[in-house]
Design a protein around this ligand. Structure first.
Ligand SMILES: [Zn+2]
Ligand SMILES: [Zn+2]
Length: 242
């Protein structure tokens, strides 16, 4: 947190240094990023990524889309527009928030995007198949994704029984847990644990963590072995198709 002196923000543990929530999904020949928040550029530099095939969006909040402009580096390297997958509503937000991209004036250096609509049905980016899972972030529909034996849900505090069926059977589940205290649009730690126990993945990782949750190591000690806090640069080996 900017300007915060709390013991999490002042922690020497690198696992307490959290950039905005995003994941990189990689197969042998494909790299996809789910969400490009304000830290996208920093994350891409850190991972030394030379090729990006697509950006997939969960929802339009600024902490998930603000870094989209920086795909222009990949436009330049790859000499093509970036494939962007988003729901119709999120596409409208992209047009609004990045109006200059769509102004029709081909100012050199503006990002080039090729928008694809996520309809709710599974879709493929090269050899990676993504099945959207619709969850609610207070009243805002947000997309989670099931990819093989892995499910990724960020920014939720409600999942319908029908959508839970899409997650069930996942070996790995990444789920948001903001803090211990009640929050209007995010699962609390307790709510996330209850949902994980219901969905029964082999291993669950908590993401979209606030500094209010506590230090990585201390929170992990309170958690069962099959539920742990995620951290920046955590790698999970996933397999199979949905
Ligand atoms: Zn703090
Ligand atoms: Zn968020």
């Amino acid at each position: 947190m900017i300007g915060c002196d709390c013991r999490v923000c002042r922690s020497p543990d690198p696992k307490d240094k959290r950039l905005r929530t995003s994941i990189l999904v990689q197969s042998d020949n494909t790299n996809i990023v789910i969400d490009s928040g304000p830290d996208f550029r920093q994350q891409m530099l850190r991972e030394d990524l030379h090729k990006l095939d697509a950006v997939v969006f969960t929802h339009e909040h600024k902490d998930h889309i603000a870094g989209l402009d920086d795909v222009r580096a990949f436009n330049y390297i790859q000499k093509q527009a970036m494939d962007v997958y988003a729901s119709e509503r999120v596409q409208k937000a992209i047009h609004r928030e990045f109006a200059y991209i769509f102004s029709g004036e081909n100012y050199p250096g503006i990002p080039k995007l090729k928008l694809h609509e996520i309809s709710g049905l599974p879709f493929e980016v090269n050899d990676i198949r993504l099945e959207p899972v619709e969850v609610l972030h207070l009243n805002l529909p947000v997309l989670g994704f099931r990819i093989g034996n892995f499910s990724y849900i960020t920014d939720a505090n409600f999942i319908s029984e029908k959508e839970k069926e899409k997650i069930k059977g996942s070996k790995f589940l990444v789920l948001n847990a903001l803090r211990k205290e009640k929050h209007i649009s995010h699962y609390t730690l307790e709510e996330a644990i209850a949902l994980i126990n219901e969905l029964q993945p082999e291993m669950a990782y908590l993401t979209h963590i606030s500094h209010q949750l506590g230090r990585h190591e201390e929170v992990n000690k309170e958690l069962p072995e099959n539920i742990q806090c995620a951290y920046d640069q955590l790698k999970i080996e996933i397999s199979g198709s949905v």
